[in-house]
Design a protein around this ligand. Structure first.
Ligand SMILES: Cc1cc2nc3c(=O)[nH]c(=O)nc-3n(C[C@H](O)[C@H](O)[C@H](O)COP(=O)(O)O)c2cc1C
Length: 363
């Protein structure tokens, strides 16, 4: 009898131990798949909104956040503008509690200016400070800022080192594969930037020379992920425009997360569609006309509030095409939306679209 009781005792103890062990393994596995930038936890396989000038502002970011975007960046901000206290640059530092975690992106070339700008950014209290080494625009690269610095990797490392040392924020970098086809040094760049302390790297799979032409090539991004020395998150960027492509590239290149730019313009639902597909393998039906009009109205309202009527209305124009993509004869409405500058008329046109196309997009 005593032996039987003792065996039962051992048995239940073993079961408890095994349960504790299982929970330990599960939490370890879960933590291993969590993506972190420094202490900022982005969850499993985060979807990031790419920084986009005149696009990824607070009104647009709010829409992306509501659709499941895990992390976003401000549009790039000139360090010289920040230091001069230029209104446009300073306004871009505006961030809102509900959009966290967020990174503020800066670009510049002068080490002292970058350091000073990093201090200003820190005061705005984002989760992350991101450096732009990818902007291909001539007036930026000719000053050796943005992608210009891809011509001088030593200088890039020196600049990054100085910024990492001058701020308490986790520093991340967004860049391209290289300056041109002959100088795709991104594998070396990833190692060296990690060594000076950056906490994540986003890579657009094109060179500066390509600008936005051709197809983004993620092969080297995949190679970086195979490098055992690399331990910071690597985010892939370039041409992701559907849940299927997101899944294919996630599996093929082993990245830690994906950054999405153009496909989100006028279509913030891309985030929820990708998330849903990852979770269930099913493609969600497209947003209804009511959702689209509601989003366009919210976007327009916030744009006017945040930028003022003139600029708010002007910068909304690039979004309408995508909000109402594929609707038969929508051109006539779009033409009115991009030429009118009276908010009351714009809202009336949006309501007209909603009425005329109710039932559209339903599958
Ligand atoms: C209108 C527009 C503005 C952009 N502005 C920025 C920017 O401010 N900073 C930056 O790092 N990249 C900028 N980019 C590049 C995007 O972040 C992204 O790398 C590029 O569009 C490729 O991703 P996609 O194919 O998902 O659009 C911009 C792209 C577009 C289309």
């Amino acid at each position: 009898m005593r032996k039987l009781l003792f065996n039962r005792y051992l048995d239940s103890k073993n079961k408890r131990l095994s349960l504790v062990f299982d929970v330990f393994l599960w939490s370890k596995k879960k933590n291993a798949t969590m993506v972190k930038i420094g202490d900022v936890n982005l969850g499993e396989f985060p979807l990031l909104l790419a920084p986009m000038e005149d696009v990824s502002d607070p009104p647009f970011r709010a829409l992306c956040k509501a659709q499941g975007c895990d992390m976003m960046y401000t549009e790039f901000i000139s360090v010289e503008g920040l230091i001069r206290d230029a209104t446009k640059s300073v306004q871009k530092l505006d961030i809102y509690e509900e959009e966290r975690p967020i990174g503020i992106q800066i670009f510049g070339a002068n080490i002292d200016s970058m350091r000073r700008a990093a201090e200003i950014v820190e005061e705005a209290k984002p989760e992350v400070l991101d450096i732009n080494y990818g902007c291909p625009v001539k007036k930026v690269v000719c000053k050796m800022a943005g992608a210009g610095i891809l011509q001088d990797i030593d200088r890039m490392v020196e600049l990054t080192d100085a910024i990492v040392k001058s701020t308490n924020l986790p520093v991340t970098v967004k860049t391209r594969l290289g300056w041109n086809d002959q100088t795709k040094y991104i594998e070396e760049v990833a190692e060296r930037l990690q060594d000076v302390g950056i906490k994540a790297l986003s890579i657009h799979g094109r060179t500066r020379k390509q600008m936005y032409k051709g197809e983004a090539d993620w092969t080297l991004i995949g190679k970086i992920k195979e490098n055992p020395r690399i331990h910071i998150p690597i985010f892939g960027n370039g041409d992701i425009n559907s849940p299927e492509k997101a899944k294919l590239y996630r599996e093929r290149y082993g990245v830690d997360g994906i950054m999405i730019g153009r496909a989100s313009i006028g279509y913030p639902w891309i985030f929820r569609e990708i998330k849903h597909y990852f979770k269930t393998g099913e493609i969600l039906p497209p947003p209804t006309i009511h959702e689209r009009v509601a989003a366009a109205k919210q976007h327009l309202t916030h744009s006017i509030e945040w930028k003022g009527q003139k600029l708010g209305i002007l910068e909304m124009r690039r979004h309408y095409t995508n909000y109402f993509k594929g609707l038969r004869d929508v051109k006539q409405y779009r033409a009115k939306l991009v030429t009118n500058d009276d908010p009351a008329i714009l809202f009336a046109i949006l309501e007209e679209i909603e009425e005329r196309y109710s039932g559209a997009y339903v599958q």
